[in-house]
Design a binder for this molecule. Structure first.
Ligand SMILES: [Fe+2]
Length: 384
């Protein structure tokens, strides 16, 4: 067995309505906190009960709503300057990956100083400021990963602040946060979580601890994603929230792989939502990669609830991959060629970005630029 490390320091508080205890948890972290969330979420009213709970609990806090998708370094640096100027010593993030990543990065600058570009080599010197996360989607797992993706406005590339110091103190996983999440977003973020779990299991960085966690996440998502989207019943929503966090722990301690290499390239270039891009490419990239990890993909099929029929492992694995494609269909994920901005002329450039992504090295089979062009073209033409 290969040597491995596993690191999950975050306190996880799970349960419907658990955010009613947020004031007690916030007061453990410090004297004054910055609540980081986005304006769109504020408009939905989802954040109001949490704000009221914090006020009723006597928590001293300021509100920071300057969050955008794909957080930029300059916004994070302004957040850190605000924190410094206003005696902030801790953070609460309410939202999806952008809010949580922004809060982590602000927390990193609060304790390490400098600007984002100083800390993108896994070189943080001090743990980030105490941070409590309340996820409001069931996909990113950012509440338990040790990364913050930051858009570098000078190079126009995505940087990453990462390392064990970049850990969340407490995650409050409350599925009432997704009671009213539109089905399309629940479906695509849930497919992001499924992609995290599948890639954590089949990638070259998998280890026995991440394996168990990833398979449980795959099982929960396979059983509950369609009922969650259709019925929004509490049991299914709980299962999706648990699975999203489990998948985050799994890929945070293993890796993702080439589905994410593509979805990140598409996110940066075309602004295609991350979960949608993953949902489109999960089955095709898995088909391409199957030969590198046949028994692993067969395990994925079993975790998805597909009964073996005494066929070969490859045939079983293949039926699992068919199920991934069927899920994307049933969730009405748009086809790759229906996005106006997608142009096959761009595929070589996107393939170069994907081939150079760190996670590409952990895909079950090596993929070069030509392979990525082939996969993107085949998906665009409906052949894979
Ligand atoms: Fe992802």
């Amino acid at each position: 067995m290969k040597a491995f490390e596993f690191f999950t320091p975050t306190q996880i508080i799970f349960g419907r309505g658990c955010t009613k205890q947020i004031a007690d948890e916030a007061k453990k972290m410090g004297k004054k906190t910055l609540v980081v969330t986005d304006k769109g979420l504020m408009k939905t009213g989802l954040v109001d009960p949490i704000i009221e709970t914090l006020k009723a609990g006597g928590v001293d806090f300021d509100l920071w709503t300057d969050i955008v998708p794909n957080p930029r370094d300059v916004d994070i640096e302004r957040g850190a300057e605000y924190a410094k100027a206003h005696g902030i010593d801790s953070l609460i993030a309410i939202g999806g990956g952008s809010s949580m990543d922004t809060a982590k990065a602000i927390g990193a600058l609060m304790t390490n100083g400098g600007v984002c570009a100083d800390w993108t080599d896994g070189n943080l010197k001090h743990p980030i400021a105490p941070l409590l996360c309340v996820p409001t989607t069931c996909g990113t797992g950012s509440e338990v990963t040790h990364e913050s993706i930051v858009n570098n406005t000078k190079t126009l590339e995505k940087d990453c602040i990462w390392g064990p110091e970049n850990s969340v103190t407490t995650a409050m996983i409350d599925s009432t946060m997704i009671d009213h999440l539109p089905g399309s977003i629940l479906g695509s973020t849930g497919m992001d979580a499924l992609t995290h779990a599948v890639e954590a299991y089949v990638c070259k960085a998998a280890n026995p601890l991440t394996d168990g966690i990833a398979l449980t996440a795959i099982q929960l998502i396979s059983d509950h994603i369609l009922p969650a989207v259709k019925n929004h019943d509490p049991e299914s929503l709980d299962a999706m929230m648990a699975a999203s966090t489990l998948a985050g722990i799994a890929f945070g301690n293993a890796d993702v792989a080439s589905v994410h290499s593509i979805s990140e390239a598409l996110g940066g270039f075309y602004d295609i939502p991350h979960g949608v891009a993953n949902a489109i490419f999960l089955a095709p990239v898995s088909r391409f990669s199957l030969k590198g990890a046949v028994s692993r993909y067969a395990d994925v099929a079993k975790a998805m609830g597909i009964p073996g029929r005494g066929e070969s492992l490859e045939a079983l694995a293949s039926r699992g991959i068919d199920r991934m494609a069927a899920l994307a269909e049933e969730l009405q994920i748009p086809k790759f060629n229906t996005f106006d901005q997608v142009n096959p002329k761009d595929f070589p450039r996107l393939a170069k970005t994907a081939a150079n992504a760190d996670e590409t090295a952990d895909n079950p089979v090596m993929m070069d630029e030509a392979d990525f062009v082939e996969v993107m073209t085949a998906v665009y033409e409906g052949r894979l």
